[in-house]
Design a protein around this ligand. Structure first.
Ligand SMILES: Cc1cc2nc3c(=O)[nH]c(=O)nc-3n(C[C@H](O)[C@H](O)[C@H](O)COP(=O)(O)OP(=O)(O)OC[C@H]3O[C@@H](n4cnc5c(N)ncnc54)[C@H](O)[C@@H]3O)c2cc1C
Ligand code: SF4
Length: 593
């Protein structure tokens, strides 16, 4: 058994992702507030800032010609956004108070209010056991089913109408740091870094480089984007957020971040589903703690208000703590669809979308300090997900809004400290809800049977039991073995079940064949590690050449990385590799996930 952490990716985040000092004034773009990431959190921040600035032309003026800029790597906002998503509506209602939930549905990003719900255990491939009453963390009555990719497209439109400059197809590749006197801050991070250093913006990535990094005919170099405030809203996994956390020692005295991976499909179905369904396993996962598999599924009804179509969102989420290298969220979802509970719902339907994404699972104790001089963290990039209830959209939106309010207040006072944001988050629903479930996931690292009773007790007591701080260990510290979870995966039939590559195809993945490789992994590793990557990656990026597949489950093998298939889910970063920023515009173009 060998842990992925023993084979770290060839990357030096501080050297590669932090730039010390800005380019000359005539070579950079200057904006008021730079927001990295046009997801629900980043765009909530842009929308709220522009609402506040619309009432205050003087401050707007001080922010210059481009008061608010959003840097988004997808072809359009929404293209890389992905969620379940049954959402607590409060934060969105507060962000756009003039809109009703009926308006949300007419705008095409909401698909109906939850009126019925059911939670099942699935002991075997054919059986189910309904849990009554519905466990508190799965109560969704009154929540709304959303598509975050459609919501981000809507938020982009509103932000642009209010004056935001949205740079799509643009990756932010470096955080720019300066000393208080305006010179490049001394290299080094944490307590030993330059004194009084602050974030002064980000650098956008080059475009038009070839496989080996050589400039092609259409080469365009990146640019420094100088800003009075920088908001890191990169979601999961945060490319420059990770470097910022290290540079400013923001994770000191916190638990390490841990991760989960979800694969989702949207189906058009002939018969409407009338309720939200969650299943908690153990099937198709293994019950034995040796496998370390904790996961669950969802089925959410979606009614398209414009076309009248009935759709279903179906997904499988797995904790990336597992130990069996042959665990594959994509294949587990395919297996799950053959359970009679699900087959009946999908019968006669058609799969119209597929996607995959990781989410941060550490919660309260793993959240880094949320601000540093010149910048702050929002949404998933700051780890604001309640994985006990599988909910983060409302926290992403609220954190974006609170960040905007703190930045605005600081700008009005002529200050550059955004520390008031940290307190605002702690006192808001984000701090309160995450605190309640602060210790709930930790017992599950001991397995479903050992961990579930404790976790249930914590949910039932709303976090009053037990007190104190329960620690985590990193997912890449989990030793892996080549097990037999793979034996249960169905052969794709093209009707209910699909392979990885045809799934990537329907994402509209637009990565150039000759793009530079943005995935960093060691290419010669023990078989356990190579198999972990091969099975885990929902996009089929990692291959073990045939001569390595000789049945010997130990020894070292080569790994081939077909990085152009990557859908940027971020999971590799949890299990020993590193997703770095791809060229802007590459990757999927999600429409309804
Ligand atoms: C499987 C799964 C199921 C979920 N189910 C639910 C649910 O049912 N209900 C719920 O409330 N929550 C759910 N969540 C959580 C929820 O989806 C997230 O909390 C929320 O969407 C996070 O929003 P965000 O804006 O912080 O991040 P994201 O939506 O990830 O947005 C980040 C954006 O930043 C861009 N970006 C990142 N780095 C860069 C860079 N360097 N340069 C330029 N652009 C960059 C990305 O392309 C992306 O558009 C689920 C999550 C997953 C993965
Ligand atoms: S290669 Fe891309 S799609 Fe595959 S696990 Fe890594 S980040 Fe996800």
């Amino acid at each position: 058994m060998v842990a992925p952490a023993a084979f770290p990716p060839p990357v030096d985040p501080q050297k590669e992702f932090v730039k010390h000092g800005l380019d000359a004034e005539d070579e950079l773009i200057e904006v008021g507030v730079a927001i990295v990431g046009g997801g629900t959190a980043g765009l909530a921040c842009a929308n709220r800032l522009l609402q506040l600035l619309a009432e205050d032309p003087e401050t707007m003026e001080r922010l210059g010609e481009v008061p608010v800029a959003v840097v988004e790597k997808a072809k359009t906002c929404g293209g890389h956004n992905f969620s379940g998503a049954v959402v607590r509506p409060g934060a969105l209602e507060e962000l756009f108070p003039e809109l009703t939930r009926e308006d949300w549905r007419k705008e095409g990003f909401a698909f109906g209010e939850v009126t019925k719900e059911a939670v099942y255990l699935t002991p075997t491939a054919k059986t189910k056991l309904r849990l009554l009453p519905v466990p508190p963390n799965f109560r969704n009555h009154g929540n709304e089913i959303l598509s975050v990719s459609a919501l981000a497209r809507y938020q982009q439109r509103v932000a642009e109408e209010a004056g935001a400059y949205i740079l799509t197809e643009t990756s932010a590749t470096q955080l720019i740091v300066e000393d208080a006197d305006g010179t490049g801050a001394a290299e080094g991070h944490g307590a030993h870094g330059g004194q009084g250093k602050r974030v002064v913006g980000v650098r956008s990535g080059d475009k038009g480089r070839g496989k080996d990094g050589e400039p092609l005919g259409n080469f365009e170099p990146g640019t420094d984007i100088k800003a009075q405030a920088t908001v890191l809203a990169e979601g999961c996994w945060g490319h420059i957020t990770g470097a910022a956390i290290r540079e400013f020692d923001l994770a000191a005295n916190r638990e390490p971040q841990v991760w989960e991976l979800g694969v989702k499909e949207v189906w058009k179905v002939p018969k409407p589903l009338d309720r939200v369904i969650h299943t908690l396993g153990p099937w198709p996962l293994k019950l034995s703690a040796k496998y370390g598999q904790i996961g669950g599924t969802w089925l959410y009804p979606m009614k398209d208000a414009k076309s009248g179509d009935d759709m279903v969102s179906i997904g499988f989420v797995i904790d990336l703590e597992y130990a069996d290298a042959t665990t594959s969220a994509h294949d587990l979802l395919q297996q799950f669809k053959l359970h009679p509970l699900v087959k009946g719902i999908l019968a006669g339907g058609e799969r119209i979308a597929w996607g995959a994404k990781a989410l941060p699972g550490g919660g309260y104790w793993s959240m880094p300090k949320l601000s540093m001089p010149g910048a702050l963290l929002v949404g998933d990039g700051a780890g604001m997900v309640d994985t006990v209830a599988l909910k983060g959209v409302h926290h992403a939106i609220l954190s974006g809004k609170l960040a905007a309010e703190s930045i605005y207040a600081a700008l009005v006072r002529g200050e550059s400290s955004f520390e008031s944001y940290e307190q605002a988050v702690e006192e808001s629903r984000i701090g309160k809800e995450l605190y309640q479930v602060r210790n709930t996931r930790q017992p599950l690292q001991r397995g479903f049977i050992m961990g579930s009773p404790l976790a249930n007790l914590m949910v039932a007591t709303k976090g009053r039991f037990p007190n104190g701080r329960w620690p985590w260990h990193r997912n890449d510290a989990q030793p892996m073995f080549v097990g037999n979870t793979r034996n249960g995966y169905p052969k794709p039939d093209g009707k209910y079940t699909f392979d990885k590559l045809s799934s990537v195809f329907i994402t509209g993945n637009a990565t150039r064949d000759d793009a530079p490789n943005h995935i960093r992994v060691q290419k010669h590793v023990p078989r356990e590690i190579a198999e972990t990557w091969r099975w885990m990656c929902p996009a089929g990026v990692y291959e073990i050449p045939e001569d390595g597949e000789d049945g010997d489950e130990s020894g070292e093998v080569d790994v081939i990385v077909n990085y152009t298939n990557c859908v940027q889910c971020g999971a590799i970063t949890a299990k020993g590799g590193r997703l770095t920023t791809p060229e802007g515009g590459d990757g999927p173009l999600y429409q309804i996930l």
